[in-house]
Design a protein around this ligand. Structure first.
Ligand code: ZN
Length: 220
């Protein structure tokens, strides 16, 4: 899968790499699932095979219980980062996008109960719909970004980066202390409160920073 970042119609393709994700990066989401707030970022990985174009219909897996949407801000990494500090992270972010961290919630609960890894509940095929990525010509105020998700015309999630428990640049720096990030890797930055189960025929809309980006999709 190729990702596109664009400025004034110029597209630069990246081959998609791995997808790094963080659990419970917003206190209100941890609370809605009765999870404690972790003391350190809770990191997991989705394989590149989990990614699909968000604008195409979402195909839910069958036979594994409920599948929840988690609307998230996504970062496209443009430079190699190993043990980076926050100052080094900012210029290495090549684009901003939107994503859905689809989660098999019943299966995840079963796996958590017995202390097993979450991968099957988080990294299955099609579990990571991704929007195109917006390339910025300036360094944004990382703590002043916002995004929203509507389900069937009802506003369900509004994420503000100022509410992240681990802010964007610190989060990417932390990830890079365990996993080298390479150009084409994507970081999902966690979901705010308002997650819920998807049903066939549901319509979703996501917006980044008002009018920077809008994606519409539906569940097949
Ligand atoms: Zn998530």
């Amino acid at each position: 899968m190729y990702l596109h970042q664009f400025t004034c119609g110029t597209e630069i393709p990246f081959q998609l790499g791995k997808i790094l994700c963080v659990g419970r990066n917003y206190a209100d989401h941890a609370a809605e699932l009765n999870n404690p707030v972790p003391e350190e970022p809770l990191i997991f990985i989705k394989p590149s095979t989990a990614a699909v174009d968000m604008a195409k219909p979402i195909h839910l897996p069958t036979g594994h219980g409920s599948c929840h949407f988690e609307g998230e801000l996504a970062l496209l990494i443009g430079e190699k980062l190993t043990n980076a500090n926050a100052t080094e992270v900012a210029p290495a972010i090549a684009g901003l996008g939107l994503s859905l961290d689809l989660t098999l919630r019943d299966l995840q609960a079963e796996l958590k109960k017995v202390g097993h890894p979450w991968e099957k509940a988080k990294g299955f095929d099609n579990s990571c719909p991704l929007s195109p990525f917006v390339k910025l010509d300036w360094l944004p105020d990382w703590d002043k970004l916002s995004y929203s998700l509507w389900l069937n015309d009802e506003l369900r999630q509004r994420g503000k980066t100022e509410h992240m428990l681990t802010p964007i640049l610190d989060l990417v720096a932390y990830i890079s202390s365990y996993f080298t990030l390479e150009p084409g890797d994507v970081v999902l930055t966690g979901t705010p409160a308002g997650v819920g189960e998807l049903q066939h025929g549901d319509k979703l809309m996501m917006q980044l920073q008002g009018d920077w980006l809008q994606v519409n999709t539906e569940v097949a």
